[in-house]
Design a protein around this ligand. Structure first.
Ligand SMILES: [Zn+2]
Ligand SMILES: [Zn+2]
Length: 330
């Protein structure tokens, strides 16, 4: 099969991926074989390709927003030929303290799709059957792909931030995840304040009905109840913190931050303000968000790239030039 492979330790930083013929994965008990129909590109893929997340395999097929057709290892929930989705959390041990306490997103021995195991930048992918989700009808393959990580983890961020209906919520950065979260926030009658660097992203936020849109160094005109930061920058976390009311929460939706700058505790954190990270997702987050996405008819803007152009897709995410979520179509 054809696949985009990240070979660790290559001298040049770009192009990140080699397009190659590799053996198709063999079906195994407990796994489903998916014929990949589309695979979303996430900023995490870029962190993996650039080495911000340490390489765990000498050769890796990235990609963790997989839309596939069940081609082997069918189950009652996922019959042969049906459509399934796979996200970043590709498995847990089921036995650690976190798994026993309803926090499988924090599992001590997790499997991450397209990082600890091969992912979906390929024609086929083998995934754990209990971590593949039946996909709702109503969205085609390319449009459902960004829901699988950007959507689910964006939704989890709203939960971690403790957003209640009608609140004032800041979104810092406006890529794939934020552009999906805004629809959920609007359905909860929240006011949404967007600060973001990319001009395309500011246009997209306005078009999607944000209450206020500003550049990354601009401060929203009101105090926020909650803020979610999507940019991989500690400076942005401090900006978000400085816009919060007392008792407000900043949730950091970023697997990697450059660094956290020092900040003034008395002014910024005192008053029971909180900073929380958002780590991974549970299967329940996935099922809940996919149901909400179907109910709200969330229809992301996407830009499709053939597998051959996987490097271009990663670059578009890096340079924030994409006018929608990048999706690879094998
Ligand atoms: Zn566990
Ligand atoms: Zn992701």
């Amino acid at each position: 099969m054809k696949a985009a492979v990240l070979v660790s330790g290559r001298p040049a930083p770009e192009p990140f991926l080699q397009i190659e013929e590799v053996p198709r994965p063999e079906p195994q008990p407990g796994y489903v074989l998916l014929r990949v129909l589309a695979c979303g590109v996430c900023r995490t893929d870029l962190h993996i390709a650039e080495g911000d997340l340490p390489p765990l395999r000498p050769r890796l097929i990235p990609g963790h927003q997989i839309v596939g057709e069940v081609a082997g290892g069918a189950t009652a929930e996922l019959p042969l030929g049906s459509r399934a989705g796979v996200s970043w959390i590709g498995g847990v041990d089921g036995s650690c303290w976190y798994c026993h306490h309803g926090m499988e997103n924090l599992c001590d021995q997790p499997t991450f799709t397209g990082y600890t195991v091969n992912g979906g930048y390929a024609e086929y992918a083998l995934v754990r059957a209990d971590f593949a989700f039946p996909l709702p009808d109503g969205l085609d393959n390319v449009h459902v792909a960004p829901l699988l990580c950007a959507g689910i983890i964006g939704f989890r961020s709203l939960r971690v931030a403790g957003v209640a209906p009608g609140e004032r919520v800041g979104l810092y950065g406006f890529g794939s995840s934020a552009s999906l979260a805004i629809t959920v926030l609007q359905s909860w009658k929240c006011e949404v304040y967007v600060s973001t660097r990319g001009e395309n992203h500011r246009k997209m936020a306005s078009a999607l009905g944000a209450t206020w849109v500003g550049k990354e160094d601009e401060t929203p005109p009101v105090k926020l109840d909650r803020a979610i930061t999507f940019a991989p920058s500690g400076k942005v976390v401090v900006s978000a913190l400085s816009a919060l009311r007392k008792g407000g929460v900043v949730a950091i939706n970023a697997i990697h931050l450059d660094q956290m700058p020092a900040f003034d505790y008395d002014k910024l954190l005192w008053g029971e303000r909180q900073i929380r990270s958002v780590a991974n997702m549970t299967r329940q987050d996935a099922r809940d968000f996919l149901a909400i996405a179907q109910e709200l008819k969330i229809h992301p803007q996407v830009v499709a790239f053939p597998l051959q152009d996987a490097n271009k897709a990663l670059l578009a995410v890096k340079e924030e030039t994409e006018r929608g979520s990048a999706v690879i179509v094998p």
